[in-house]
Design a protein around this ligand. Sequence first.
Ligand code: CTP
Ligand code: CA
Length: 224
Amino acid sequence: EKDILNKLPLRGKKVLITAGPTYEAIDPVRFIGNHSSGKMGFEIAKAAANLGANVVLVSGPTHQKVNHSLIKVIPVVSAQNMYDAVHEYYNTTDVAILSAAVADFTPKEVASQKIKKKDKTLTLELTKTKDILASLGAAKKHQFLVGFALETNNELENAKGKLKRKNLNLIVLNSLNDKGAGFKTDTNKVTFIDNKDNITEFELKSKTEVALDLLNEIVKKIDA
Ligand code: CTP
Ligand code: CA
């Protein structure tokens, strides 16, 4: 009997995940977005649910689909929507994993009518979005908080900086340098860095396998 229970190490745990891009409206028909597929976050959600967790998956616009009794999907559009949804669930969350590619900037004003091409140039003024992950770090109580870092240079140093600044337990460094890693692919090359400076580097793997590695690492750390 103990063996069976051990196979569901996240049974009864609440896991909050963000996935996908955000879309920031410019006018009624246009937005600023990015190429995030949402695949990594959806794979993490499935891996967590398969370990018995109750998962809330807050996702920006994607083509990903999931149908699992333990996964509740909350679709959102903008960074502000994602911020609001995440904070609704954070207090009761045990583990939060923020893999979304949140827009860093959003148009300062949304035009109420479609912008016409009357002039030769168009200047948009952008303001910074709220950093969702940093806000969870600042509000952290019992939660185990995991972030991602997408880097192209000074990778380890930048990722460690984010881990510290945002008060994380673990950060997943995503190397965009490597072929086959990143936004549109089915594979990722990751390195885990924890808040005790332990660094674990992985080979290029499918996002499904990266999700399993990540959940495995989290289970080890919350049990210890
Ligand atoms: N993140 C977030 N809210 C934002 C921006 C980022 O929650 N407004 C989260 C991402 O989901 C990711 C982590 O912060 O888990 C790091 O995102 P990343 O883009 O790598 O770093 P930034 O802190 O945005 O810094 P920069 O883009 O300048 O490197
Ligand atoms: Ca960013």
